[in-house]
Design a protein around this ligand. Structure first.
Ligand code: PXG
Length: 289
């Protein structure tokens, strides 16, 4: 496996950065998780745009242009001969001293691209659906660390993941500080009621997921009414269908939340339709390599 590290493709064992990098010391950096299907990178431009937006908010200057970064991702995929891949794009603040202040980072930000195979939920779960719970850790306040910044500091989500795992669940709903449903630890959430889609607005404390946006596009094209609206746990419990979206998980049905059965307790027709349309899209769209 070859890793892209600051302009070079190096062996995995040689892909190393300094212990003084503020990405390691403070989680000071940004990242993206991207997928390719059939030698096409899905929504690559959208991911690159979001990476630059996250960096802009953190006053982190990415040392490459968007076009150069796109070229670097494609080159990494080609070099590794991957047809279907999961790509992790990381930009760290770079080397500094043992203080928080990013102005004292004398090194350039590090750009890292890892292209690997993806570990998915087992196929069976996509047919049966997931069971999830709500966890106590609330999603970061937008006025603290805005969840729309995809930063290397993921402790908010990791705490929620630990709480889910401690209770024997793979994924969990995180609420915002007002108690509304925000998102899951690494996925956005949708519910279906009376054949209409609802997902929390991102201003309430969730990431503007690229899969989420894709699902909203698919819904529009298929004349399924969709709303960005605050959602309570009660509304999730009484929904007809529920599913999660994310680059890694794609679209995965949810059939039980906090012990409440959702709809018929199996993936519903709207979710199934969206999963089918999403799959078709991933096979034909994207930047070729
Ligand atoms: N919310 C959060 C908090 C995320 O981290 C999504 C939603 C979905 O966004 P996209 O753009 O992928 O549709 C994410 C995705 C993991 C993992 O292991 C997930 C993400 C990043 C890294 C790892 O599940 N982010």
């Amino acid at each position: 496996m070859k890793i892209y590290l600051n302009g070079e493709l190096v062996e995995r064992k040689d892909a190393k950065i300094s212990v003084f990098d503020h990405g390691l010391l403070y989680g000071d950096g940004v990242f993206e998780g991207i997928r390719s299907y059939n030698r096409r990178v899905f929504k690559l431009r959208e991911h690159i745009d979001r990476l630059f937006e996250s960096a802009h908010s953190l006053l982190l200057r990415i040392p490459l242009s968007k076009e150069q970064l796109i070229a670097a991702v494609l080159k990494t995929l080609k070099t590794n001969g991957l047809k279907d891949a999961y790509i992790r794009l990381i930009v760290t603040r770079g080397e500094g001293d043992l203080g928080l202040d990013p102005r004292k980072c004398y090194g350039k930000p590090s750009v890292i691209i890892i292209a690997d195979k993806i570990t998915l939920y087992p196929e069976e779960l996509y047919k049966k659906g997931l069971e999830i719970i709500t966890v106590p850790t609330v999603r970061n306040l937008p006025e603290a660390v805005n969840p729309q910044i995809k930063s290397l500091n993921y402790l908010n989500n990791i705490l929620a993941k630990i709480e889910a795992a401690n209770c024997g669940y793979e994924e969990a709903i995180m609420l915002d500080a007002l108690g509304y449903v925000a998102e899951c630890t690494g996925d956005n959430i949708f519910i279906v009621r009376h054949n209409q889609l609802y997902t929390p607005p991102q201003c309430m404390g969730s990431l503007r997921g690229i899969t989420r946006d894709t699902v909203l596009d698919i819904a529009k094209k298929n004349k399924i009414p969709a709303h960005e609206h605050v959602i309570t746990r009660h509304e999730v419990y009484i929904s007809d269908e529920c599913f999660l979206t994310g680059t890694a998980a794609e679209i995965i049905p949810v059939v039980k939340v906090d012990g409440r059965r959702i709809g018929e307790g199996k993936p519903g027709p709207v979710t199934t339709k969206l999963m089918r349309e999403f799959k078709k899209l991933t096979q034909r769209e994207g930047i070729k390599y």
